[in-house]
Ligand binder design. Structure first.
Ligand code: COA
Length: 235
């Protein structure tokens, strides 16, 4: 018997947030998070960070039925954080992503799941050199076959899917980006023999809206999965 993977993905645009809103969210962060926020050189990066971590604490706390301040986060071997309530793992899996103008959070109500999430702005400057150098030939071929006007979007589709995978496993860039590849429009993953994963164990979804692209990936072990996209203006 398999269990369905239910993922909720919140998307919070940050472009229109006022200084007062950001200032109101800052106390939700713990001391170490506030210190990290203060170290950003550029104000827009600090605002994005505060919005992302306020979103994270508020949604996780609501899902666990605890106040936001009792949550603490522990980084894994490559930095992927897990959430804890005291010495007990929070009963969920999550992944956070931020980009210029948008922060996002994916959450599934089962602990210990490989869940990855990535958001990017569609107007971000891209060059196909990165794909040519680091992606699989199948992906490079797909990209170069697109009309020139669609290549930047195609690249960001691939990029967010690949990020969703390496963030789901938690390996980040310790994972060779050419050890797996995507058919982005389905979206479907494939693995080379270098990576001991089975495509049927993985589920991905992607959304393009309001100038952003988002991708979510979950190791389901073959179970069904679905994502509920929630666009929010406030927390
Ligand atoms: C962390 C990483 C996995 C993603 O970074 P990113 O795309 O710059 O950042 P995102 O905003 O999507 O995600 C950052 C968040 O992911 C989480 N995170 C950190 N390390 C992580 C890891 N190893 N795995 C999963 N999530 C991780 C954290 O919550 C972090 O937020 P925080 O720093 O505010 O606490 C990073 O290792 C990485 O891949 N950076 C390079 C980007 C790149 O060149 N990608 C090639 C794309 S194909």
């Amino acid at each position: 018997m398999t269990t369905a993977g239910e993922v909720t993905a919140w998307l919070l645009p940050t472009g229109g947030l006022s200084d007062a809103t950001i200032a109101g969210w800052r106390p939700l962060l713990d001391e170490a998070e506030q210190a990290r926020a203060d170290r950003f050189v550029f104000d827009r990066h600090r605002r994005t960070f505060i919005a992302a971590h306020a979103l994270l604490r508020i949604r996780l706390a609501a899902a666990c039925g605890v106040p936001p301040e009792v949550l603490r986060f522990e980084p894994g071997p490559h930095g992927k954080p897990t959430a804890w309530i005291g010495e007990v793992p929070a009963p969920l899996s999550f992944n956070l992503s931020h980009t210029e103008g948008l922060v996002g959070l994916a959450l599934t109500p089962i602990p210990g799941r490989a869940l990855g999430f990535d958001v990017e702005a569609l107007d971000r400057r891209v060059t196909l050199d990165v794909a040519d150098r680091y992606f699989r030939p199948e992906e490079v071929g797909w990209l170069h076959a697109l009309p020139t006007a669609s290549q930047a979007e195609g690249f960001l589709r691939l990029w967010t899917l690949k990020e969703a995978f390496i963030k789901a496993t938690g390996d980040g860039l310790a994972c060779d980006l050419a050890s797996f590849w995507f058919e982005p429009l389905l979206p479907r993953v494939h693995f080379t023999p270098a990576l001991p994963e089975r495509p049927e164990d993985w589920w991905f979804a992607q959304r393009l809206a309001r100038g952003f692209v988002a991708a979510v990936g979950l190791r389901t072990g073959g179970a069904e999965a679905a994502v509920r996209w929630v666009e929010v203006e406030r927390l």
